[in-house]
Every structure is written in C-alpha cells, then in structure tokens.
Write a protein that binds this ligand. Sequence first.
Ligand code: AMP
Length: 426
Amino acid sequence: MEQIQSVKGMNDILPSEAPLWRHIEDKAREILNRFGYREIRTPVVEKAELFARGIGDTTDIVEKEMYTFADKKGRLLSLRPEATASIIRAFIEHQLHMVSGLRKFFLIGPMFRHERPQKGRYRQFHQIDVEVFGMNDPMVDAEVMYLACLYLEEIGLKGVRLEINTLGCTKCRPRFRTVLREFLLEHVSSLCPDCARRAYKNPLRAFDCKVPSCGEIVADAPVITDFVCDECVNHFDQVKQYLEELGLGYSLNPRLVRGLDYYVRTAFEIVTEHLGAQNAVGGGGRYDGLMKELGGPDLPGIGFALGMERIVLLLDQTLEPFQNGPFLYCVFIGPEAKKYGFKLVQKLRKEGFSVDCDYEDKSVKSQMRMAHRVGASYALILGEDELQKGIAQLRDMHRSEQFVVELSEIVNELHSLAEIEGGRRS
Ligand code: AMP
C-alpha cells in the first residue's frame, strides 16, 4: 500500500519535541499572566474577507499566501495566516470592551501561509500572538517590546536583537509613499516583477523584497523617518526614551516595514543571526486604525507575534533537550503479579504518580530495559513469590540501588521518595 505523507511545509511535533514546545508555551502563559494578558482562542478558519480587510489586499500574505477555499455554500473561507484580525473580530463581535473592560489578549496556535518552505519557514507554523487595544501611550509600545524581549530572555534565547522603526501615520505616510513610488518607478526596469508591481500598488513592500538586486536599489531609497510628522516624531522619541529607561537595547532600522498594511508609527522586529534568511523571531507594531476598519470602535491597537518554530530551532542549538520519564515503571513477572499489578498501576496513577508498565509478558530483563529507555526514576519489580509475601522490590534507576517495600506501604513510600526528589511525581 502506498504510504501517505504529511502535507508539504506542515510538520509533526513528535513526542521527543513536545516537552520543549510545552515549556515554551507554559513560560509564555506564565509571563503573559504576570503582565496582565488574558488568553483568547479563535477558530483557525475565518471568512476570507476578514484578512483581505485586516491585513490589506495588496500584501503578499493576502495576494499569494492564503489558503482560501469555498465551502459547500460557496462562501470563501481562509485558514488564518495571522491572529490579529481574528482577535479584533472576536473583540468586536463579543463587545469585550463593553462587557469586561478586557484590553490585553494573547493567542497561541497554528497559522497557515502558502510560502515556499525552507528552514524556519513553513506552511503551518505556530505563533504566540499578543495584542493590546485602547492604549495610545508610547509607554505601552515600550512595554510590549520589553515583554517580548524578557520572554525570550527567560526561556533562554540568546543572541537576539531588537530593531525598531516608525512608519508614520495616515497623515504623513501618503507623502512618503508618493516619493518612494517615484523613486521606484525611476528604477522600475531593474526591479523584480513583484517590486515593479509593488511600486504602483504598495511601494513600502519593496523594502521587504528578498531579491538581491532590489535590495541594492532600496538601499538608496528615501526612508520614512525623513517624512514623519511632528506627532509621530514625538511618539517615537518617547518610545525610545522609555526603552532606554527600561534598559532595553535596540537598533534603529529605517527600512523596517511590516507585512500588514495597517501598521502605523511603531514597528519592531526581533532578529537573530542564527537562522539564515529567516532572521526574524518575532515582530509587531501599532495598528491604530484597524479596529475601526474592521467595523469596531475606533480603538488604537498594538501587538506582536513570535514564531514558535524559530524559537524551537534556536533553543535546540543552545539547550539540552529536557524530558521527564515516568516516576515509576512497573515490572510484573507471572500472571498473578500482572493481575495484581494492573490494579496497582491504576491506583498509583489515581494517587497522582506518573506510572507506566507493559502488559506483554516480556522477560524481566526486557521490562527493565524498557524502564531504562523511558527514563523512569524508579522501577517496581513484582514477582509471584513477592506477591505471596506482600512485598516488592523498588529500584532507584539513577543510583542503581534496590530495596524491599511492603505492598501495603507502597503509596506512602512513593510519596516520601517524591518529596526527596523535590515533589516530582510525574
Ligand atoms: P509576521 O506575522 O509575518 O509578522 O510574523 C511574526 C513571526 O512569525 C515571524 O517573525 C516568524 O518568527 C514567524 N513566522 C512568520 N511566517 C512564518 C512561516 N512561514 N514559518 C515559520 N514562522 C513564521
């Protein structure tokens, strides 16, 4: 029979990798809780038009990368390529600003973009997405960047750098777009076909082009920082000042633009030298007009998304994989011991211990080998003789020491061993 393989660019997260993923998620939830964020989970499928409006229909994401399909009634639906639009949709739909006063949200989950897969770039990938609504103060801009960087530091990621820029606002950006368009059109014959098109439709996107010859051209292009209005300059100055007060290092990158059209003022990226072409671990910025554009109240917004696959890739290089085996592995010899053991295992699990065994009547030797392989802390060995006497052997797998325990005392014994191990039962 022909083997069925996974979809290109969509990866399995195997049991050997899952603990690291869980660690990354647990740490995210913990730190986001400290900063006052609440978790939200939205469907992975939304109406296609949400993203066309929420991301911008001349962006690469919407033009080329969305998984869009018609359902049975012919309605166009898309797999979400990012989370901001979905969170705003949910916020508006459930009137969260009215009912709960909640303004800070996070979402952890898969996103889908039909990009050309390579290391660090996949078609299904996962993001930790963070959004704040209704706060204009530049302090908030500095705080979200601080949050993103502190999180990466706390999970042990080293060698990342924060880059920031201002993208101006709806008042000052149009003038820059015009000047940039004129510049690009002067060089249109040397631009790649995508950038030639972008020059007309969305000139800022040319800064994101990965084609080397386009990179050379935009290196001489005018930059937004020379065009922003006084209010935007003032906002950006304050953001920088707050970053300095928080002791957060950054570099200015006047060519930094974001993949969404609605970003205004602050934009930032967290980059690394260790991922080749895919150098961004995360990015975000302010999108003050977006909530209104999506039919909601005119509340400002700011947020960021971190790419979990990229975090995993970077941590893999710097961190020993950590994985707990079961606390106890039970080895039963003979049918009576097996029958007794079956109940004992469930009882110990109910007591809160992580316990495993197998029921395949293998030899003691191969069951003990299994206890080693799964990384158990202790092994309980129970044969027919021991069962008759009401005892079992308990083996400390790390120290290779073995002692006798009364079966009636096994629960207490395991609890005190767990205390010695710093409370680890599972
Ligand atoms: P974006 O939503 O494009 O600003 O992306 C935010 C972060 O998500 C990036 O910095 C990456 O870490 C991650 N990311 C974006 N696209 C992909 C992808 N195709 N594969 C893996 N990670 C991605």
